[in-house]
Write a protein that binds this ligand. Structure first.
Ligand code: SAH
Length: 197
């Protein structure tokens, strides 16, 4: 499947109906999801089992399945999971969705983790550390989206895993919460490829 086609399919997926600020529920915009997924596809990282930690409404997990991966999505929030399942069903793709907390879930035989974890900006949010910790524990390669300016922290935090690539991308953040003043705010984020084995 061409990247443009993937983009168009992912663009039509349902997002969060009532995003929860404490869980930092920001859906990844379709062009960024396809950038991440294509980057993984071209490096052969979608060949085994792919796990989306904090899968939300499923855009990354579903995209990975569309590109041929065996795909698993883990999410704490039942309402988001319900939308993710419906999104997968509407496209006829097979994704295993699991309800669980990233901090404590047991997962095996995962080759690649793909994720857009909470950045830890909201009070009560688990933040990206727990997500990175779990990813390092279970997989060989991580594709993860973080706040701009995180590189120093990420490099130190993931040791002995190695940051192999950092790509800077503009992330259009749609107005989802009352405390957002603009309809769309562009923030800069970084897409990491982290090699663990
Ligand atoms: N992967 C989706 C959603 C990203 S937003 C996408 O790319 O569009 C981050 C997601 O992590 C939210 O859906 C949130 O509910 C989930 N989340 C936050 N804390 C979690 C936890 N402890 N365990 C599992 N999921 C969690």
């Amino acid at each position: 499947m061409k990247k443009r086609k993937l983009d168009m399919i992912l663009e039509r997926l349902e997002g969060f109906a009532a995003p929860d600020p404490r869980l930092e529920q920001y859906a990844t915009p379709a062009p960024i999801a396809s950038e991440l997924l294509y980057s993984a596809l071209l490096r052969g990282d979608l060949e085994g089992t792919v796990c989306d930690l904090g899968c939300g409404t499923g855009i990354l997990a579903i995209g990975a399945a569309l590109l041929g991966a065996r795909s698993v999505g883990v999410e704490l929030d039942c309402a988001a999971l319900k939308i993710a399942k419906e999104n997968a069903r509407s496209l006829g793709v097979d994704v295993e969705f699991v309800r669980g907390d990233v901090a404590s879930i047991c997962l095996r035989n995962v080759t690649t983790v793909i994720m857009n974890p909470p950045f830890g900006a909201q009070k009560g949010s688990l933040g990206d550390r727990a997500f990175l910790r779990k990813a390092m524990e279970i997989c060989e390669v991580i594709y993860s989206i973080h706040n701009a300016g995180s590189e120093g922290f990420i490099r130190r935090f993931v040791e002995p895993c190695k940051v192999e690539e950092v790509q800077k991308i503009a992330f259009p953040l749609k107005r989802s919460f009352k405390f957002h003043s603009k309809e769309v705010k562009i923030i800069e984020v970084e897409l990491y490829r982290i090699f663990c084995r």
